[in-house]
Design a protein around this ligand. Structure first.
Ligand SMILES: C[S@@+](CC[C@H](N)C(=O)[O-])C[C@H]1O[C@@H](n2cnc3c(N)ncnc32)[C@H](O)[C@@H]1O
Ligand code: SF4
Length: 397
């Protein structure tokens, strides 16, 4: 099969994302839509509303993947976690879905909860470990210790999970390359089936961003982050992992299909507060606040806060922006065919500029990042989005 054909089948079908918006603490770096809510009646209302939203929204055939994320899905107590699976199971046949993933946090994952997930058809866990260093865990406001993370990983294995991914973060202020290397070693010692290693970003609206603005926290030297990034690629490759995306490494468990589908601009439906959906160029984002979203879902009225129909140039720009992050790059001819748009001509001068600067290479109709380009991937992707900026502006209400 040619590479281009592989690309086409990768983005086919529709994925389902389920957002569970509750957390034990709000981590200082996190801008995901999550809230610290101890009142379990709110969890119940969330589950009622999720059932109602799925009834209205999930109209397609079986999803090509399901991802239960958050927030912290494992924060739900066992009866409510079981109810979450019962609700999902009423709308989707989880055991027959090609991939069902769930985010698991070390502070709340127990063997009992892992067992419930397994019995319901969840087959992949993505566990947020971030770091094994106590002072960095404290700095990030994480609600667990390194030992707890290892114990939670063992609980998932004991419950029968043979596909567990570990999330790590590097570039924590003050972190040294040696500390990052020891984090990688300790994660690899767990023998995970997939790894995600993210460079910490200072997201607007977070505690970390505010601390940086008032000078209380200083980001790491960029050269240190660069060395950590390169070290990661070299070390995990030696451990047999394949770098299929900038921050994602496939081990025995293979790539995360759900994320690959998203990077290939496949259609997805997101349910839960703040979740986004994207089908055939129409992007809808749900109301963010749990109460407002639940009220709409339960009243059987649309839960959307915003809806936007993307213009073809925007879709092409986003396809390049997302696809360039994948190791095999993106097939420009395949996007052109899908969108019936002269993508090669529209982006030629930008791609030429990147090729001349040694940041991307062309192989037949594909463009992919060079080793130099990998280091500035956000900038390269941003340049593609900029091509569609005039159209994006016109699209704004
Ligand atoms: C949806 S988030 C959190 C999932 C889960 N609640 C947890 O805390 O592990 C998924 C991953 O994104 C990464 N992440 C979140 N915020 C980030 C940031 N500001 N910079 C870099 N990575 C971040 C973390 O590694 C996290 O595990
Ligand atoms: S990083 Fe995870 S646990 Fe922390 S606030 Fe964000 S979603 Fe919640």
């Amino acid at each position: 099969m040619s590479q281009g054909r592989a690309d086409r089948s990768l983005g086919e079908g529709t994925s389902l994302y389920v957002h569970v918006p509750f957390c034990v603490v709000k981590c200082g770096y996190c801008d995901f839509n999550s809230y610290v809510v101890d009142d379990r009646s709110v969890h119940d209302r969330f589950l009622d509303a999720l059932d109602a939203e799925l009834e209205e929204r999930w109209l397609d055939g079986p999803p090509v993947s399901v991802f239960v994320g958050g927030g912290t899905p494992t924060l739900l107590d066992p009866p409510r976690l079981q109810r979450l699976f019962d609700v999902l199971g009423r709308h989707v046949d989880l055991p027959s879905c090609p991939e069902v993933s769930m985010e698991a946090n070390p502070e709340s994952l127990t063997e009992e909860k892992a067992g419930l997930a397994r019995a319901a058809g969840v087959r992949r866990f993505s566990m947020g470990v971030q770091t094994f260093h106590a002072h960095h865990l404290r700095f990030l406001d994480r609600a667990h210790t390194a030992e707890r993370a290892e114990a939670a990983f063992a609980s998932a294995r004991a419950a029968g999970f043979d596909n567990i991914s570990v999330d790590l973060m590097f570039g924590i202020p003050g972190e040294t390359v040696d500390e990052w290397e020891s984090d990688l070693e300790r994660a690899l010692a767990l023998r995970p089936d997939h790894l995600s290693c993210y460079n910490l970003t200072f997201e607007r609206g977070t505690r970390l961003h505010r601390d940086m603005k008032r000078g209380a926290v200083e980001p790491n030297d960029q050269e240190v982050d660069r060395r950590m990034f390169l070290l990661t690629r070299e070390r995990v490759a030696r451990a047999g992992f394949s770098a299929y995306e900038i921050s994602n490494f496939a081990g025995r468990g293979g790539p995360c299909r759900h994320n690959d589908h998203y990077w290939m601009q496949g259609g997805y439906v997101g349910v839960g507060p703040g979740a986004s959906s994207h089908r055939a160029g129409v992007r809808v984002t749900n109301l963010k606040a749990v109460d407002a979203w639940a009220a709409a879902a339960l009243a059987r009225v649309p839960c959307a806060a915003t809806a936007e129909t993307l213009r073809p140039t925007q879709r092409a720009a986003e396809a390049l922006w997302l696809g360039i992050r994948r190791a095999e790059g993106i097939d420009v001819a395949a996007i052109a065919e899908r969108l019936a748009l002269p993508v090669e001509r529209l982006f030629r001068s930008t791609v030429d500029k990147h090729v001349a600067a040694g940041l991307v290479r062309r192989v037949d109709s594909r463009v992919a990042l060079t080793p130099e380009g990998l280091l500035v991937a956000d900038g390269v992707g941003g340049d593609y989005l900029e091509v569609a900026l005039p159209d994006a502006r016109q699209n704004r209400p």
